[in-house]
Design a protein around this ligand. Structure first.
Ligand code: F3S
Length: 389
């Protein structure tokens, strides 16, 4: 891999151990994937924030690099943590303190404590700009919907890129690697967000790391594409999809048709619990958009949530601040609006929750293994019908 004089100096340790360690991570990664150089990035999105998923060894690493004055060189946002103001006095003190410690370390490095998996609602990257984002749902959204360019970074490489301000030039940073290499013909119109998620999940299982061109979807909304992409990234390894049929294809590609019954089987497979009343309803995986918050407020206007059901809506602080009126309507109904976390990356089981109903296929994929809970996947309207009195 070719390094500039400046990059070589960083690698030799002239700028200190923290920068040297980060440069080593990027060079190793670049060599592994055949990158010939590093390229500048306009933002980094760092995962590895929730103490629940991170553990103590990672805190020691964060401490070590901040003690050596590691500072981010580019605009850097953070994925959700395991707490939010509503949860701080409901969870064991030691867990909450560990989480605060992690946040302080990131703050010291200069990262923005956005604590959301939808950084793109606060900072819209320009088309064709290079990013180093972790959080698979945000990566797929950035590449496929926003037209920005990012590989699916892991927690260490996103952090290293934030501190160096660069990423190795491989994968979808190269135009030739962004072309579709499989065509998916969808033979039906998904009717709601769960069906979009299930379609994405099914495609992730079929295409693995190939880039699909999905044909047949009539004007999907940005929120539907968000659900499709988040689920696609949960079951497969691809970083992006195409959905605009105007795309010109030069070569003959493999074609697969997807039928409605395959989507129904995905929904059935992911619903580990029957349609009994849940302990919790979780909306906002990935975190809700302004439009989703407005729509939810419309559905909840004048309604009350059954007090036996804990109803969470997760959203970024940025969106919450922008849509105060809708948030008031939602909270008046008894729904808890949480920022900074979600039901997957916090300790839901310690809160006594055993059965979660959600409209997110991504959440349905992770909740049983990461939180040891049963899941029921249904669209938002049904979540509201079941929980309101
Ligand atoms: Fe975001 Fe949590 Fe889902 S981090 S994408 S809401 S699992």
């Amino acid at each position: 891999m070719h390094l500039t004089r400046e990059e070589e100096r960083i690698l030799d340790g002239e700028y200190g151990w923290a920068c040297q360690t980060c440069m080593r991570i990027l060079v190793k990664l670049g060599e592994l994937y055949g990158a010939t150089k590093l390229i500048p990035i306009s933002s980094a999105h760092i995962s590895g924030v929730s103490y629940k998923t991170l553990g103590d060894a990672a805190i020691d690493f964060l401490k070590a690099i901040t003690e050596k004055n590691a500072k981010v060189k580019t605009f850097s946002t953070l994925n959700p943590s395991s707490i939010d103001p509503y949860l701080t006095d409901k969870l064991p003190r030691n867990l909450v303190e560990k989480q605060f410690e992690i946040l302080k370390l990131y703050e010291k490095m200069g990262a923005k404590l956005s604590l959301s998996c939808t950084p793109y609602y606060e900072y819209i990257p320009s088309k064709n700009s290079n990013l180093a984002w972790a959080e698979s749902s945000a990566v797929v959204y950035a590449n496929s919907v926003l037209g920005a360019w990012t590989n699916r970074e892991g927690a260490p490489s996103a952090l290293a890129s934030a501190i160096i301000g660069k990423t190795p030039n491989y994968g979808v940073h190269k135009p030739e690697n962004r072309k579709p290499n499989i065509i998916i013909d969808v033979s039906f119109q998904p009717e709601n967000e769960v069906e979009y998620g299930a379609l994405g999940y099914h495609l992730g299982e079929i295409v693995k790391d190939k880039i699909p061109l999905i044909r047949g979807l009539k004007n999907p909304s940005l929120d539907e594409l968000k659900q499709l992409g988040a689920a696609l990234a949960s079951s497969g390894m691809t970083n992006m999809f195409h959905y605009k049929e105007t795309l010109k294809l030069n070569e003959k590609l493999e074609k697969i048709t997807v039928e409605k019954q395959e989507i129904n089987s995905v929904i059935e497979k992911l619903s580990s619990s029957k349609r009994e009343k849940p302990d919790m309803i979780f909306i906002g995986c990935p975190h809700c958009s302004l439009e989703e918050i407005k729509f939810l407020a419309k559905l909840l206007e004048g309604k009350k949530i059954n007090s036996k059901i804990e109803f969470w809506v997760c959203v970024s602080k940025h969106v919450k601040k922008q849509e105060k009126k809708s948030i008031e309507v939602i909270e008046r109904s008894g729904v808890k609006v949480l920022t900074d976390t979600c039901a997957v990356v916090t300790w839901t089981r310690r809160l006594g929750v055993e059965r979660i109903m959600t409209n997110s296929v991504k959440a349905a994929h992770y909740l049983p293994t990461m939180n040891n809970v049963n899941v029921i996947v249904v669209p938002l309207r049904e979540c509201i019908q079941i929980s309101t009195i």
